[in-house]
Design a protein around this ligand. Structure first.
Ligand code: WT7
Length: 675
């Protein structure tokens, strides 16, 4: 029933921009699309010229598939562009960051203050032995110092690898070692749901597991000792870890004492800016490599146009800096535009379920960029929460991370945007660096559930399994007004774009195999998509075995490895199962070893085990203990059939199974459990 409703909604409802919005919008001329594609190099070069370069480039693009170099030979510094140039241009008193901690503490930081703090952190990193070209791992709560540390790395020419504070010690260890980080910057803890996430203790644990490249741990005091919190709440007790003399360094001791002068290192356009790990289907996370000039150009352009960024805006992207969204739309894109950003440390339901709306009301946020999984959670909590707050400062809403179902889109539009605010549904990936498909709010008529069309300069196509282009003809028909029906298939990107990943850290073969081998000469993002009869793109989710849980990529293999790591488990198969809130939830089918005597409490224990190994985000929602798994003759688990079982569908094609009775009995067992 709701499926039918969604489809009806998506096909029939159109939301054109208001004349008022268009009249003052950054982009109001639809010709920009044709102009950008007619000479995309000149177009991107135009954007790059809006950044400050120490030395100009000789060539806009050097492209030897699959390796792109943008703005070849140019020299710039990302931190200079995000901080110093605004100060130099006399905008040092402008607010850069408005930050709110979970307990309610607030900090406001101007660009001039940001410059000084970032310089001090960069100098402290230098004192700890970090040099241009090194990697620094950042494992911090969402405090201003997190963004500042990223900028400090960029300032001195070290690459950062931010590891989300919700990840476990083992995940931190794996990422630290892969990047060969010299220093880990962390905090004693960060606030989450009224408690403290003990980041330093988890870092200690990662180091005990073995991180041979790490020479120092720099620890910010955010949580402080128990009972020290002064603004009404005492800091709850938490594991403060250990202090290893020589290795561990207190932020308080070495950062504030540094000079507030630190030159911005001139970096080559293609020098590494950061590595960010994303899950891969083989289980080992991929260190996605982003470089300086192209990435900064792409995030600068997309922030300005997609969000129609104006001087008066207060921009709140709710993502944690541990994800790419936080890199591109909390830090680099907005700050390169001299924007005022809002950062919030904690959970959306602490102390109550209207925390986001209270924040918007209090600080007068004008642009909100969040994820469908959050929107669905707000829907579940009920509209009375936003209704109790004044949200009239908002003028634009954004969505990212997974397809937004029309129902959630409409709820967001009505209850948060109060019918006034355009919604930009933005499709992109860790790998793409910046937004690739999205409305431009001053010109695009939106449709709930559709990311609409590629950003100017981006050429996206839909191809079939063999890579045959299906969309060019379809789009010609759309233009001619003769298109009927949809054109469905697999998304591919045709020309290089400035923010594209430059590789997988330390694994060039995997880079080529994952993204450039599926289709000849085109980038393969791994998503299904369709074009409708009006030429709108609809993103349909992953075509491979990566789950998208609450907007985050988690590989089935990673969770399986964690389960099998438990002594009672013989074998495990993990699938993403439709989930009304998270998009996908995690379901695991587990075979217990024959000698395990009691299964009492085992399911709970396994869920905990996965959370400890990978992080709470990967904790399976359901675990079915079973006798066998459906496999092909070559021994490959057929997850497709498990999805059919878990989602209560009729079984698909079972002819390639080694033993068809296995899945039949699983289905029976599952139905008796659910029934
Ligand atoms: C995958 C990338 C981009 C930052 C957050 C996730 C899915 C993302 C949308 C959207 C439909 C979307 C895709 C994509 N996705 N945004 N607006 N509509 N799907 O980054 O972890 O690299 O995941 O998220 O499947 O491939 P990521």
């Amino acid at each position: 029933m709701s499926d039918t409703l969604d489809t009806l909604l998506s096909e029939s409802r159109h939301f054109p921009p208001s004349a008022e919005f268009t009249s003052s919008a950054r982009v109001s001329d639809p010709d920009i699309y044709d102009q950008a594609l007619a000479d995309s190099l000149a177009y991107w070069e135009g954007w790059a010229k809006k950044l400050d370069w120490f030395e100009p480039w000789q060539e806009v693009l050097h492209w030897e598939l699959p390796h792109a170099q943008w703005f070849v030979g140019g020299k710039l510094n990302a931190c200079y562009n995000c901080v110093d140039r605004h100060v130099v241009q006399g905008r040092g008193d402008r607010v850069a960051i408005v930050w709110e901690g979970e307990p309610g503490d607030v900090q406001t930081i101007t660009y001039a203050e940001l410059q000084k703090s970032v310089a001090q952190i960069a100098n402290a990193l230098k004192q700890l032995g970090v040099r241009k070209g090194d990697r620094v791992c950042i494992y911090m709560p969402m405090v201003p110092e997190l963004a500042m540390t990223m900028l400090a790395c960029a300032r001195m020419g070290a690459a950062h690898s931010v590891v989300f504070g919700g990840f476990s010690a083992e995940s931190l260890q794996e990422r630290t070692n892969d990047a060969q980080a010299k220093v880990i910057v962390t905090a004693d803890g960060g606030w989450r749901r009224g408690g403290i996430v003990p980041l330093k203790a988890i870092t200690d644990q990662a180091l005990r597991l073995g991180c041979p490249s790490v020479q120092h741990v720099l620890m910010l005091e955010r949580a402080g000792p128990e009972g020290t919190w002064t603004q009404g709440l005492a800091t709850p007790s938490y594991d403060r870890g250990e202090w290893v003399e020589g290795r561990d360094v207190a932020w308080r001791e070495i950062v504030p004492t540094q000079s507030t002068e630190c030159p911005c290192e001139p970096m080559d356009s293609e020098d590494l800016l950061f590595i960010l790990y994303t899950s891969g289907s083989t289980g080992k996370p991929k260190g996605i490599v982003h470089t300086t000039g192209g990435y900064l150009t792409g995030v600068y352009a997309t922030t300005q146009w997609v969000f129609d960024l104006q001087d008066s805006d207060l921009f709140w992207c709710t993502a944690d800096c541990g994800w790419v969204t936080g890199h591109s739309y909390v830090v680099y894109g907005p700050l390169a535009n001299a924007a005022k950003i809002l950062m919030y440390e904690g959970a959306p339901d602490t102390p109550s379920k209207d925390r986001f709306w209270k924040i918007i009301e209090k600080h007068q946020v004008t642009i909100l960029y969040t994820a469908p999984t959050a929107i669905r959670t707000f829907m579940k909590w009920g509209e009375e929460w936003p209704q109790g707050c004044n949200l009239s400062s908002l003028r634009l809403l954004g969505s990212v991370g997974e397809p937004i179902n029309p129902e959630a889109w409409i709820w967001y539009h009505e209850n948060i945007g109060r019918g006034r605010c355009p919604i930009v549904d933005t499709w992109w990936q860790t790998e793409t660096g910046h937004i690739m498909i999205s409305p431009l709010p001053g010109i695009t008529t939106t449709k709930p559930g559709s990311a609409t069309r590629p950003f100017p300069g981006i050429e996206a196509v839909i191809v079939d399994e063999q890579g045959v282009d299906l969309s060019t003809q379809h789009l010609a028909e759309v233009r001619a007004g003769t298109a009927t029906g949809d054109c469905g298939g697999i998304l591919a990107i045709k020309r290089p774009w400035p923010g594209m990943l430059r590789g997988i850290f330390g694994d060039p073969e995997r880079y080529k195999a994952t993204y450039w081998s599926r289709f000849d000469g085109m980038y393969f993002p791994g998503d299904g998509a369709k074009l409708d009869s009006e030429g709108y793109f609809w993103l349909l989710g992953r075509v491979d075995d990566i789950m998208l849980v609450a907007g985050h990529n988690i590989s089935t293999m990673e969770v399986e490895s964690a389960l099998v790591d438990h002594p009672a488990v013989a074998e495990a198969a993990v699938i993403g199962k439709q989930d009304a809130i998270k998009g996908q939830g995690i379901a695991a089918f587990v075979i217990i070893k024959a000698d395990v005597e009691s299964q009492d409490g085992l399911v709970e224990e396994l869920r905990k085990h996965v959370a400890a190994k990978i992080g709470a985000i990967a904790r399976p929602d359901v675990i079915y203990l079973c006798a066998d798994l459906p496999k092909t003759r070559s021994g490959k688990i057929m997850r497709r059939l498990l999805r059919d079982v878990a989602e209560g569908r009729a079984l698909g094609d079972t002819t390639t199974l080694a033993d068809a009775s296995v899945v039949a009995s699983l289905k029976e067992q599952y139905e008796s459990l659910e029934g």
